[in-house]
Design a protein around this ligand. Structure first.
Ligand SMILES: [Zn+2]
Ligand SMILES: [Zn+2]
Length: 80
């Protein structure tokens, strides 16, 4: 009396609802405070709003440009 394997559903892992953090898409999160364009599209003169250097300036979360030392000092994060 071989029993039929009834009710043995393959335990498929449910597809988890993964919230896309939309990172790594290349689109900048922050926008320039002057022209409201993304960093890639901003054509404003790029210089640090603190020390006026033009080296390594990036758009930060407040829409202003900061150089690398100032970002580090103020703990600002770039748009990626
Ligand atoms: Zn701009
Ligand atoms: Zn600076």
């Amino acid at each position: 009396m071989a029993g039929v394997t009834n009710g043995t559903f393959p335990v498929a892992p449910f597809q988890r609802y993964i919230i896309s953090m939309s990172t790594g898409t290349g689109s900048a999160k922050y926008r320039c405070a002057q022209c409201e364009m993304s960093e890639a599209q901003c054509e404003c003169d790029k210089y640090c709003c603190l020390c006026q250097t033009v080296l390594e300036v990036r758009l930060c979360e407040d829409g202003l440009l900061y150089c690398e030392p100032c970002r580090t000092a103020c703990d600002y994060k770039t748009s990626g």
